[in-house]
Design a protein around this ligand. Structure first.
Ligand SMILES: Cc1ncc(COP(=O)(O)O)c(C=O)c1O
Length: 357
């Protein structure tokens, strides 16, 4: 069998949740498991997050997958509903929903569900993505508070730049949220992973971490290990060929890379068809036998080439780590001009997943 696999370290995820609890000791935790738990497998991850106070997903399809998988933890739909028909399911499955636009308010007010629902009213504190402005928020707050099928209203906002500790925007967004909701007794949430780590004044009643659960640093220019987080995914494969390449010879499509001197090249069974980034440039580190070796030439659909140097003892069959505890995904992301989120979410179904407890 092709040796390309993703090993998910469930104990690391549980450990990262405990660390989050220590960082935000007075807050409940809404663990963000959208996008198949950032590529880690939504049901398996939810099972190991049994200790979380709630789970957050992007849409009802993800909530259905969780409920069908036997997960009973409270679930919040971060984008709310898209169509009125979803309301019946929200009520049947005991889901909570974000309300961020007037269309959603209209659907909710016009369609009493079987059981009352909890809604999270979203304030757009100037990220200009989802949520109501100040005046709309106050109106909708009144309407929802007086609606008999709204069990409770909770309040939320989202930060645009919390990953950058020098950016003043987080404080401005926080100020706007506090001015608007400071006098209201309802539960509040604002903090994503970056804010859990860097902005304790934003923790409120609930924190909403995603990325850090999976062991990555949400802050720029850092790795998860620097915050005591444990990487939850190892993406690994094996060497399937070793070549002698003479000085000046090229490797791979487009003859894009040339050997500066005589060297050995290992071919590894992983490529963009597995979710390894096509844009990983020459020099992107790959872990092999206790050190990192650089990518040489373009990433193919099923393979990459790495430069072993002139003298190496590496063999066909040797294990290679593309990212994981040995090699932070944050580093690979830098070389591929992207962010760890896209790499974790992008591992394709061709890769065999193993969940390790
Ligand atoms: C509304 C909302 N809250 C929380 C999160 C979690 O963010 P992070 O993964 O950076 O912790 C996200 C993720 O995109 C989000 O959209």
């Amino acid at each position: 069998m092709r040796p390309t696999r993703a090993v998910i370290h469930l104990s690391a995820i549980a450990q990262n949740l405990s660390l989050i609890r220590q960082m935000a000791p007075s807050s409940k935790v809404m663990a963000v498991v959208k996008a198949d738990a950032y590529g880690h497998g939504i049901v398996r991850v939810a099972e190991c997050l049994g200790d979380a106070d709630a789970l957050a997903v992007a849409c009802i399809e993800e909530a259905i997958e969780l409920r069908n998988g036997g997960v009973t933890t409270p679930i919040i739909l971060l984008e709310g509903i898209f169509e009125a028909e979803e309301l019946a399911l929200v009520s049947d499955m005991g889901l909570q929903m974000v309300v961020h636009n007037q269309h959603q308010v209209d659907m909710l007010l016009a369609n009493p569900p079987k059981l009352p629902v909890t809604v999270w009213l979203k304030f757009d504190s100037n990220m200009n993505r989802l949520g109501f402005d100040r005046a709309q928020f106050q109106q909708v707050y009144q309407a929802l508070s007086h609606c008999s099928w709204v069990e409770s209203v909770k309040l939320m906002t989202h930060f645009a730049c919390a990953d950058d500790i020098h950016n003043p925007m987080t404080r401005e967004q926080l100020g706007a949220f506090q001015r608007l909701t400071g006098g209201l007794a309802e539960e509040k949430t604002a903090a994503n992973s970056a804010a859990v780590l860097a902005w304790p004044e934003t923790h409120f009643d609930w924190v909403r971490p995603g990325l850090m659960l999976y062991g990555c640093s949400p802050l720029l220019n850092a790795t998860g290990a620097q915050h005591q987080l444990q990487p939850a995914m190892t993406l690994e494969s094996r060497v399937i060929a070793i070549k002698q390449v003479q000085q000046g010879e090229s490797v791979g499509y487009g003859a894009h890379w040339r050997a500066a001197e005589d060297t050995q090249i290992a071919i590894v069974a992983i490529g963009y068809g597995d979710g390894y980034p096509r844009h990983a440039r020459n020099g992107t580190p790959v872990w092999l036998n206790g050190r990192t070796v650089p990518i040489a030439g373009r990433v193919s659909m099923d393979m990459i080439a790495v430069d072993l140097g002139a003298r190496s003892d590496d063999q066909i069959g040797d294990r290679v780590v593309l990212w994981g505890p040995e090699l932070p995904v944050e580093r690979v992301a830098e070389y591929a001009d992207t962010i760890p989120y896209t790499l974790l979410c992008g591992v394709t179904s061709r890769v065999k997943f193993h969940w390790q407890t």
